[in-house]
Design a protein around this ligand. Sequence first.
Ligand SMILES: Nc1ncnc2c1ncn2[C@@H]1O[C@H](COP(=O)(O)OP(=O)(O)OP(=O)(O)O)[C@@H](O)[C@H]1O
Length: 266
Amino acid sequence: MKSVLEVDGLTKSYPGASRPAAADVSFKMAEGSALGLVGESGSGKSTTARMIAGLEKPDKGWVVLGGRQIDGLSRRAMQRVRRDMQVVFQDPYSSLNPRMNVEQLVGEGLLVHSIETDRAARRREVERLLGLVGLGHVDLGAYPRSFSGGQRQRLAIARALAVRPKLLICDEPVSSLDVSVQAQVLNLLRDLQSELGLSILFIAHDLAVVRYLCDQVVVMSDGRVVEKGSREQVYGDPQHEYTRDLLAAVPVPDPSHSRRSVTEEK
Ligand SMILES: Nc1ncnc2c1ncn2[C@@H]1O[C@H](COP(=O)(O)OP(=O)(O)OP(=O)(O)O)[C@@H](O)[C@H]1O
C-alpha cells in the first residue's frame, strides 16, 4: 500500500538535556490510515510531530511526505508543503485568531493557497466545510469567542480540511475538552477519516482514545519507539512492559457510548 508518511531515524537533542527528546524514531503510515503516536508526557511525541511538521529541525533522520523528502527544505518550500500537512492543535482557545470571523478562519487557506479566489465561491466552500464538521447552522460572521471548546475544535478541523491536506496531524486534539465533548470530536474525526479517506497522525497520551480512532499504533517512551504495530497487536498482545503498564492505566470510557450524540453538541 502507498505510504503517505515515512519517518526514518528522527533524532533531536535539546541543549543541556541528559537524553535526546527523540531518538531514532522510525515508522510508516499508509495512505488513508489513522496512526496513533502514544506515550506519557515527556516521551517525545510532540518533538517528533514538530519535526514532521517542519517546526523543528531534526539532528538526524528524514521525513518523506507523499513520496517527497521534506526535512531540510527552505522556509519558502516548506510553506507550500504545509498545504499538504495541516495540524490541529490541543488548545482551540489559542489556535484560532480571535480577530477573524468564521468565514475568514475557515476560508483563509483557500485564499492563501489560491485554491478559491472568488469570494462567493469561497463562501460556498466554507459553508460546505462547516456542514462536514457539524456546524452547518453557524453564522459566518461570528467570532471564536462565541463558541464552546468543542465547537472551536470543529472550526479548527474545518479550517485544516479546507486545503485538502494529504495528512492531518492532530496533537492531543481532545485533551483540553470535557469528556462528553471529547467523544463527539473523536466521532467526527472517525467519520471524516472513513468518509474522506483522510490520513490522520494522532498524538495522544490516552490509549483509549487511540484505540477508538487508530488502526496503527506507535508507542514512545523516553524519546524512543518501544513498540509499533496494528491496533489488534498492540492492544491485544502488547510486547513491551511499558505498553502493558500504559494499558493497565487506561481510565476513559469508550467514546462509542455517546456516538448518537455526535451532532447534538451545542
Ligand atoms: N523546546 C524544548 N527545549 C528543551 N527541552 C525540550 C523542549 N521541548 C521538549 N523538551 C524536552 O524533550 C522531552 C520530550 O518532550 P515532548 O514535549 O516531545 O514530549 P511529549 O511526549 O510530547 O510530552 P507532552 O505530552 O507533555 O507534550 C522532554 O524531556 C521535554 O522536557
